[in-house]
Design a protein around this ligand. Structure first.
Ligand SMILES: [Zn+2]
Length: 576
């Protein structure tokens, strides 16, 4: 009886909650959209119609990206070549969006800058030193936000739009670095030395021991593998396993994340051991099976990084593993979900004299006997994310570069913290500069940012957004919570509420594209709505969806009939 009453009570609450949402007068309902998806009036109208079908009231329009080109009429930037001549996507979206009751925010990608064609983007051809450099001394196609000249230029771009167009806000994205290892360029070294007395060269190891911040999905218990390099806690770091007439090299962490000169040297040596050198062809696996769960990032990062060494690279897919050219070297980045038949195919390839290099342990594959034989390890170890030191291992061979400098995690982590703090300050300076100038130009326009959803992830890319909120530099942030289920989303609110109990300045983002991707059409709207309901139940003042392109028309119109059934005014936080 009690159970039945509880069911009725639950049902009643559910109904009243569902009813209450219709009366909600103010709720931020946004979506990101690429201006390049609106190269002409017809395409722009289709996007606007989709947003209108969902009763959205805010669009974040990507206007600066794609090799430093613009999706508006700029005095500073060339217009992107995908946009039809004479058409001004931003101007059109501002006019038509406003007419439909939508705020239009301009969205900027502040960090990465690459061009589609392969040549360096025009801005890096003009100012090659505006790119970042990693600890290994390689260029990374990412704006060096630590340089005042770069910050001034980006501020001019973001302010130009605010002056010329009646936009409702400017929105930062990728306002961060690409991991812990950049920027170690000459300008940063000199500025740090001058400002803090700290010599960054002391963190750019060219030999072992070498300190770093590691994300590792390690394998444990070597059987036939020999340990060339180990972490200071004894976990194998680099191992080689001889199988038949070939070899398998395992880098037991996400090696492409933060390569120092020493790590670069280890990777080059590993390729050398497998009989290949810069200029040769290396195959790189881009596994669709893995990408379903982990996306394609590991492949993209590995291809870019290996390319930097001067290797020619070629993508291979899951099915290609069964027919690799004899003797070829194949790199397997983030290949966590290696299937048993793939392990068998790789085993046959290596036995016959081929080479395989794993970047990070294939931790979900170790139930397979073929995988264990291939790697020469017995099982999966424990994931770690930590500052550690790489040391020569028990089977270190002549190719391990060594130096005599004694380092400990304590001495090195203090240096790392100094470097982190300085870089966070530099990125914060760009946020502050744009914010102050934007508020001086048009005080009622919003300055916002898309940010990483967890403290660890934000720290790892030097994105100090809690400070940006604390100091009132931003009107609100949008943590990108692209998770597949409502339960996962729910877990992120605890940290956000510890920073902002009423969620006045934190509007969660929902990864609609991700929710929709693998679901049948009839389940999509309900699954997206579930996450929107989590945000409401947690007291959020709205939600932003990534991305308008990733939501099909049928799902959009279903959302517009259910969870977003009535029009609302967009939420605006009080001025700080
Ligand atoms: Zn730099």
């Amino acid at each position: 009886m009690r159970t039945l009453a509880a069911v009725f009570l639950g049902l009643a609450l559910f109904i009243s909650a569902a009813g209450a949402e219709d009366a909600r007068p103010v709720e931020h309902r946004g979506a990101w959209v690429w201006a390049r998806s609106c190269p002409n009036k017809v395409a722009a109208d289709a996007m606007l119609a989709r947003a209108e079908a969902m009763n959205l009231n805010a669009l974040y329009v990507l206007v600066f990206h794609w090799g430093a080109t613009a999706a508006y009429h700029s005095a500073i930037l060339p217009v992107n070549d995908k946009i039809e001549e004479g058409f001004d996507p931003l101007g059109y979206l501002v006019a038509e969006g406003h007419r439909r009751g939508m705020e239009i925010h301009t969205w900027y990608v502040n960090g990465p800058c690459t061009s589609q064609g392969g040549a360096a983007p025009w801005i890096f051809q003009k100012y090659p030193n505006w790119r970042t450099v990693n600890r290994g001394g390689q260029w990374v196609e990412w704006f060096d936000l630590c340089q005042p000249a770069v910050r001034d230029w980006q501020t001019r771009i973001m302010l130009e739009v605010l002056q010329k167009y009646d936009v409702d806000g400017v929105h930062f994205d990728y306002i961060r670095f690409n991991g812990r290892g950049i920027c170690a360029c000459a300008s940063c070294r000199e500025a740090m030395r001058r400002q803090t007395g700290f010599d960054l060269s002391s963190l750019c190891y060219a030999a072992l021991p070498a300190y770093g911040s590691f994300n590792a999905n390690p394998l444990a218990e070597p059987t036939t593998a020999r340990i060339l390099v180990q972490f200071d806690n004894g976990v194998p770091a680099v191992a080689v396993n001889k199988v038949g007439s070939g070899r398998v090299v395992l880098f037991n962490w996400q090696v492409e994340d933060d390569p120092s000169s020493a790590v670069n040297r280890l990777v080059l040596s590993a390729f050398e051991q497998l009989g290949t050198k810069p200029g040769d062809l290396v195959l790189i696996l881009d596994s669709d099976i893995n990408a379903k769960k982990y996306e394609h990032r590991a492949f993209q990062d590995a291809r870019r990084w290996i390319g930097e060494f001067g290797f020619r690279t070629k993508r291979v897919g899951d099915n290609d593993l069964a027919k690799l050219p004899k003797g070829a070297v194949v790199v397997l980045p983030g290949f966590y979900l290696m299937q048993d038949d793939q392990a068998k195919a790789l085993l046959a390839h290596v036995r016959a004299g081929g080479g395989a290099v794993f970047f990070d342990g294939p931790v979900r594959a170790m139930k397979s006997e073929a995988a264990r034989t291939l790697l020469g390890f017995a099982r999966t170890g424990r994931y770690f994310h930590a500052g550690r030191i790489l040391l020569p291992g028990p089977d270190a061979e002549g190719w391990i570069p060594r130096h005599e400098i004694a380092i400990t995690t304590d001495t090195e982590s203090v240096k790392m913290e100094k470097w982190d703090a300085w870089r966070k300050d530099q990125i914060t300076k760009l946020v502050a500069q744009v914010s102050h100038e934007a508020k001086a130009t048009k005080p009622d326009r919003l300055v916002t940012a898309a940010v990483f959803r967890t403290k660890t992830a934000a720290d790892n890319v030097l994105q100090d957004w809690p400070r940006w909120l604390r100091e009132g530099l931003l009107d609100y942030v949008i943590p990108m919570s692209y998770v597949a289920t409502a339960a996962e989303l729910d877990q992120h609110f605890a940290w956000w509420k510890s920073l902002d109990p009423q969620l006045e300045r934190i509007i969660p983002a929902v990864g609609a594209f991700k929710i929709i991707k693998d679901r049948p059409a009839e389940e999509r709207a309900r699954a997206v709505a579930e996450q929107i309901e989590v945000c409401r139940r947690q007291g959020a003042h709205g939600v932003v969806m990534f991305n308008l392109e990733g939501i099909d028309d049928a799902t959009a119109s279903r959302l517009g009939q259910t969870v977003f059934a009535t029009k609302t005014r967009p939420y605006r936080p009080k001025r700080k």
